[in-house]
Design a protein around this ligand. Structure first.
Ligand SMILES: *Cc1c(COP(=O)(O)O)cnc(C)c1O
Length: 375
């Protein structure tokens, strides 16, 4: 059996090696490393895939979140409602800009923001909602957009884990990250559309926001050496864009491979007591950035050890929610105030998930999980 990894990036590369190698060699020959034609072409191809008007590449997913807040003109003291059960980047950029992260709880089945709690957290200072489409499945965007309309809020979708997934709503099927004012994603190597270093992008259908996003990414400048607003330097480089152009045509096939692995897991685990398979939200397809189980009865860490002892890596995303992190804890959201988030942090366990898992590996993983519960 091939050794099992959380993700198998080399195996994935080997299948598209000729395309990737040729694309990289071409960029190196052209020496157009920054703002080269590969970047423009990738932005256009991704926009066509997402059916969104503008895609703007940037340095990474964290920058994309920060640039989104800056382009929207949010000011220190403005409140932004988001999940505590997320990767820290979502919250970090708010704090860096002097914005106030206000945490809402999530739903225990889908791990995504609970619309009822989001609505409860709205105050006169609230300016935006950041739904995080965690693990590859869209949050309840119809509810988020309805709350935003009611209170006049911006919506920035954190689609770092959900690129390619579809949401079905009153406006038909729309791609993750294209429903709010701005969507952001990350091309970190292990993400569903990963490059070979850091990369990220923002999506919007709004021409004025697109201009502002490009301007922030480029030192607040539209004309070289004339700076209209405070900006940052955040770019997707041409080598990464070339890798992404080679991988984008495979993104849907990658999602199918992930779903096939998830189906094997579901079937193997659905009847195990004390183990909950990930719930599907009926309005979203799932692209399984992670396949995340809930392990009841305080047995999560023991299961993780058992798996690792049998050559099966497993990870906890995320062991400490943002509102309990030293950097972000505060009186406004004390321990106990987000009961679902806090419970999930003690129960979740993500299994290996990649485009390259074969039957033998899946058989070993499922048998190892089952052996823990049948002892
Ligand atoms: C990966 C990730 C980010 C940050 O992306 P980077 O490219 O690593 O900066 C932000 N939010 C979520 C939910 C992520 O998974």
């Amino acid at each position: 059996m091939k050794p099992i990894q959380m993700v198998d990036l080399v195996g994935q590369y080997e299948k598209i090696k000729p395309e990737v190698d040729a694309a990289l060699a071409e960029v190196i020959q052209s020496a157009a490393f920054i703002n080269g034609p590969q970047v423009k072409a990738f932005e256009q191809e991704l926009a066509a895939y997402l059916k969104v008007k503008h895609v703007i590449g940037c340095g990474n997913g964290t920058d994309a979140l920060q640039v989104a807040m800056m382009a929207l003109g949010l000011k220190p003291g403005d409140e932004v409602i988001t999940a505590s059960f997320t990767f820290v980047a979502t919250v970090e950029v708010l704090a860096l800009l002097g914005l106030v992260p206000v945490f809402a709880d999530v739903l225990p089945g889908t791990f995504n923001l609970d619309p009822a709690d989001v609505a409860r957290k709205v105050t006169p200072r609230t300016k935006a909602i950041v739904p995080v489409h965690l693990f590859g499945q869209n949050a309840d965007m119809d509810a988020m957009l309805a709350i935003a309309r009611e209170y006049g809020l911006h919506v920035v979708e954190d689609a770092c884990q959900s690129i390619g997934s579809d949401h079905s709503g009153p406006n038909g099927r729309r791609k993750s990250g294209t429903m709010g004012d701005i969507g952001v994603t990350s091309f970190f190597p292990s993400k569903n559309l990963g490059c070979y270093g850091d990369g990220g992008a923002l999506f919007t259908n709004d021409d004025d926001l697109a201009m502002k996003i490009r301007r922030v990414c480029n030192h607040g400048s539209r004309q070289r050496y004339y700076h209209e607003v405070v900006g940052v330097n955040s770019r997707l480089d041409s080598l990464q864009a070339a890798v992404l152009r080679a991988k984008l045509p495979h993104l849907d096939e990658y999602a199918r491979a992930r779903n096939a692995a998830a189906a094997v897991y579901d079937e193997a685990f659905k009847d195990i007591r004390g183990l909950a398979i990930p719930a599907r939200w009926q309005q979203s397809t799932h692209v399984f950035h992670q396949y995340t189980l809930r392990v009841a009865g305080g047995k999560r860490d023991a299961l993780k050890k058992h798996l690792e002892g049998h050559g099966v890596p497993a990870m906890v995303y995320y062991p400490v929610p943002c509102h309990l992190q030293d950097a972000y804890k505060g009186p406004r959201c004390p321990e106990g105030s987000l009961p679902v988030t806090e419970q999930l942090s003690g129960e979740v366990l993500s299994l290996p998930m990649s485009t390259e898992l074969d039957d033998e590996q899946l058989g070993h993983i499922t048998a190892t999980v089952k052996s823990f519960f049948h002892n």
